[in-house]
Each structure stands twice: as C-alpha cells, then as structure tokens.
Design a protein around this ligand. Structure first.
Ligand code: G4P
Length: 526
C-alpha cells in the first residue's frame, strides 16, 4: 500500500489566475509540454475550434467553444503529482471561477506585461487574499514591447497588496529581449524562442561576466542599473512569507516562446505547499489521515447531454480513494459506490484508480449533489470555507406560460442549491431575482430551465447594483431592518437575508444608517 504521507507530500494543486488574453491557455499548454505530458504545444487545448470542439458539451459551451474537458488536469513533474484547475474566464466567468480557488493550495498569477494588473486578476486575487493562498507571479509577453518592469512590480504591490520578490529579471524586451537574469542563482538564461523541454539552454554565470557585454552591451547595462534599483525597492524571497500569502516570487518570460516555463514548474514543486489541513465544523482534517474525505467545490452540468449527467468536482481532503470503495454522501446520509468516479488527466477524462489529498475526482450524479457537500467513510464532517460571492449582475425572471410557475420554482431552487446561479426571493413577494457574477450564468440557467424543467423563462434587467448579506446578533434590530426596508430585502436559496442595493451610494448610506448590522460581500456555505 502506498504511503499516504509521501503521496500527500508530492501533491501540488494550483490554479492560474489571470485576466482574459494574458496567456493562461498558452501557459497551460507549455506547462504540460515541459512536464512531458504532451509532445507538442497546441494539442491539448484549442479554444478557437480546437481539438475538443466536437466533443459533447452542452450547446452553449459548444457555441462559445468553451472547454470543459480541461477543467482539471493532472500531470507529473519531477516525481510530483501536479493538479492544475482551470479558472474559467472570458464570458464564462462565473461563481465557479471563484470557487475553484477554494480547492487549490496555491495560485499562479499571469500578467500581460504590456497591460499590467487588470480587472479580473484583481477580483480573483481578492479571493486568494481572503484565503491566504500563496501566489507565484509570471510576467508574460516579454517578446513584445511591454511596460517598465519596476513599474509593473509597483502596480502589483499597490493594487493587489502583495509584496514582490523578483526571482528573475528581464534583460531587454520586445525585439531586444535577450533573456532573464536569475537573481538567486546569479546567472543569465539566454532567450532563444521555441526551445523544447529537452533542448539545451545557454546559461552565462555571473551578472558581471564580460561575455554578456560582448553579446548585448546595451541591454545588460540597463539590466545592471535596474537590478540596483530592484535591490532597494523590492523584497528578498522568504519562503514563509510566500506561504502565508503576503509575498509573491516574480518570474519574467514569454509563454508563447517557451521561455520561463521551467522556472515556474520548479517554483511550484520546490516552494508551493502540499495539501494542508481542511477545516470542518467538527474539527480540522489532516490530509494524511487514513480515512477518505472530500468536499464539492464545483458542479458541471450536462457534460454529456445524452445522459443528462452532472459531474460534481470533489477535492480530496484526506485518506486514500481507491476504485470501488464505498463512501458516504453526508448531507443525504447515503452510500456512494464510487465505480464511475472520473479524474481529468491532461488527455481527457479517465477512470481514477486512486487519489489522495489535493487530487480532484469527478462524481457523476443526477442533481442530488450540491456545492459544499461533504463526503467521508462515515464520520460526520461538514467542510467549511466554500463562499458564495455577492452577485454583480441581476435579472428578474418571468415565464411565458404562467402554468409553469411550479416548474420554474423547482428548477430555480435546484439550480440555486447547485450553485449555478443565486436566487433571491424578495420579502415583498415580488418576482424572483437571479444574481450572478458572470453573464453566461444567466444563459446557462435559461438553457437548463428549458431543457431540464420545460420552462421558457425570460430575463429582464433590474435596477439592483449589488447584494450584501446582512447579519446582527440582535434579533430585534434585524426585525426592525426588515420592517423598514422590506422593498430592498430578499432571502436567498439558503434563506439568508440579503440587502439589494440600487447603487454604491445607496449601499453606503444604508450601512451608515444601520451601524449595528453587518453587511457581508461573501456568505459561507452553511
Ligand atoms: P488566455 O487563455 O489568458 O485568454 O490567453 P491565451 O493563452 O489565449 O493568449 C492570448 C493571446 O496572447 C494569444 O494570441 C496568444 O498567442 C498570445 N500570447 C500568449 N503568450 C504570449 C507571449 O509570450 N508573447 C506574445 N507575443 N503573445 C503571447 P491571440 O492572437 O489572441 O490568439 P492566437 O490566435 O495566437 O491563439
């Protein structure tokens, strides 16, 4: 029997956080390429009519060319098992994107160095910061004219509130990109585009090596000057500070040119943490405990429309999962014979033989599993920390055929519990309101209401700007609040009270007027 301690020690589970177009897809491919998982880039993902475009995803996903087959990829690197979880971006940005971050132990932040810190990166980093997730940073696209590197670090520090510790530093950029200087190793790695994982890379030892002045005198002079400033302005790499999420090691390179990839893989293996304890209401669960446990962080519907199945994505928290074992779905107190459990190897869906803490397994089901559900071999555990995020987009739901109101309510109840969208029931009895963080969530809901519940729903815009969950220790104050602001209040699928604000100013004023109440931008799964 494999030793659980060493299996856990060699696991690394991470996600890439970035703004669309920064290079996440490209980098994912290159990580697989450099780990030896695929033979050439361009064979795994093709978001524009690529290899997976003909497989059987739900219609919307097909139309938009969104890949679900690549939601989780497992690959080996230097005797480690690496799980890379996809954070859907572009139009398919949704609450799932956020929740994926609750299932990782570290994150790789990719920044387009020509653009700097962008909106989606800020949102995702907020979630990482909440959880103290260690972040590795990759400044991409140095083969192009990009922004000043020091300025980029400064922006990361001030906007994302995380200290930067550059590990490499670029020599030149764009047409005169010459390579990177590895600060810790005191060597320059020479840039040659398109080198594969097995090709030799030219390395010149020592920043003052005269060979560098022969090769590219202008750029190396500039780099030496910048390094003086870097030493004064940035922070040295301290592993503990990285692990508590307050400092990020920064690497520079060009994903499309295979440059800087190996350094990232090595940082993941050498520095990023192995799975640690998972918090449950009852107790903390150690990854090396013998008994299996896991929780659901994401549900993907209709991966195969013929079977109308759903896949619940479980992060293993402890113990060993083996094919055919029995475990318990704790909320329903039901045994699960896990014969059909799947994992997501880089090449597609495969049957899992065994899995350990940090691994992700997929459990096909027909809608009885919800986000946040816990599984174990019998012990009652309720894993915590799966947040719901305040929606930023709202729609009122109406139906074409009023006789279908029951089906609509049932459908929305289930979709709400599953976490596909948030459903708010106004206290004044008005129409149901849907809330989402990404616009595609509404389309998914419309399509699923039609296909699974036979309801043709229409969505109308609202004047709601954002929602805040409200809590207070004083029940009387809450009752007062409910009475005074009935028209702005609603209950979500979990019956939690939410204030629906019509503007930022409205929210601020309400918070000022009700200082005893707490207004939360996230709600933890109950
Ligand atoms: P995403 O998943 O984060 O959205 O980004 P993706 O990898 O698709 O990259 C976005 C664009 O940036 C792509 O170009 C990609 O080729 C380019 N890119 C990625 N890494 C680098 C890099 O190191 N240097 C340069 N110069 N470009 C890079 P595109 O034209 O939008 O798509 P495509 O038609 O080339 O696929």
């Amino acid at each position: 029997m494999p030793d659980i301690i060493s299996e856990v020690a060699r696991r690394r589970t991470f996600a890439i956080v970035s703004h669309p177009d920064a290079g996440k897809t490209t980098l994912t491919e290159k990580l697989l390429y450099f780990s030896g998982t695929i033979q050439a880039a361009g064979t795994v993902k093709g978001k524009k009519g690529g290899k997976f475009a003909t497989s059987d995803w739900m219609d919307i996903e097909k139309q938009r060319g969104i890949s679900v087959a690549s939601s989780v990829m497992q690959f080996d690197y230097r005797d480690h098992v690496v799980n890379l979880l996809d954070t859907p971006g572009h139009q398919d940005f949704s609450e799932d994107t956020y929740r994926v971050l609750t299932a990782v132990d570290s994150a790789l932040m990719v920044i387009d160095a020509a653009k700097g810190v962008e909106a989606q990166t800020i949102k995702l980093l907020n979630v990482c910061r909440m959880r103290h997730t260690p972040i590795i940073t990759f400044m991409n696209k140095y083969d192009r004219e990009v922004r000043d590197s020091l300025e980029l670090l400064d922006e990361v520090e001030s906007v994302l509130e995380i200290r930067c510790a550059p590990i490499t530093w670029p020599v030149g950029m764009g047409k005169t990109f010459r390579g990177v200087y590895h600060i810790l190793k005191d060597e320059v790695i020479i840039f040659t585009p398109g080198k594969g994982p097995l090709d030799e890379v030219e390395i010149i030892k020592g920043i003052d090596n005269p060979r560098l002045d022969e090769l590219f005198p202008l750029e190396i002079d500039q780099t030496r000057m910048e390094l003086e400033l870097v030493r004064g302005a940035s922070h040295p790499f301290v592993l503990d500070e990285f692990l508590d999420g307050t400092l990020t090691p920064v690497f520079f390179g060009s994903a499309i040119n295979n440059f800087g990839i190996r350094e990232i893989l090595n940082a993941l293996v050498d520095w990023a943490p192995q799975p640690s304890d998972s918090a449950a209401i009852q107790r903390a669960v150690s990854p090396t405990e013998e008994k299996f446990s896991a929780f659901v962080f994401k549900i993907q519907a209709n991966m195969d429309p013929k079977h109308r199945d759903r896949i619940a994505f479980l992060r293993v928290c402890s113990g060993e999962f083996t094919r055919g074992m029995k475990f318990k779905h704790l909320r329903l107190n039901r045994d699960i014979a896990a014969n059909s459990v799947v994992t997501f190897m880089a090449q597609g869906r495969e049957q899992v033989e065994e899995a350990y803490a940090g691994d992700i397994i997929g459990l096909p089901n027909h809608g009885n599993i919800q986000i946040g559900d816990s599984f174990s071999e019998g012990e009652l555990l309720s894993f915590t920390g799966i947040p719901y995020f305040a929606p930023e987009m709202f729609r009122i739901v109406r139906i074409k055929n009023p006789l279908k109101i029951k089906q609509l309510q049932k459908g929305l109840q289930q979709l709400g519990e599953e976490g596909a969208v948030q459903v708010f029931k106004p206290l004044n009895g008005g129409d149901l309101i849907l809330g989402a963080v990404g616009v595609l969530q509404f389309e998914v809901v419309a399509s699923r209401l039609l296909n699974e519940y036979g309801v043709e729903a229409m969505f109308e815009s609202t004047t709601i700007y954002t929602a805040r969950w409200v809590s207070c220790d004083d029940a009387k104050k809450i009752a007062d609040f409910e009475k005074n602001l009935t028209n702005n209040l609603a209950r979500d699928a979990a019956n939690s009270l939410a204030y629906l604000a019509t503007s930022r100013v409205n929210l601020d004023l309400t918070m000022e007027r009700w200082p005893e109440l707490r207004f939360h931008a996230t709600r933890e799964h109950a």
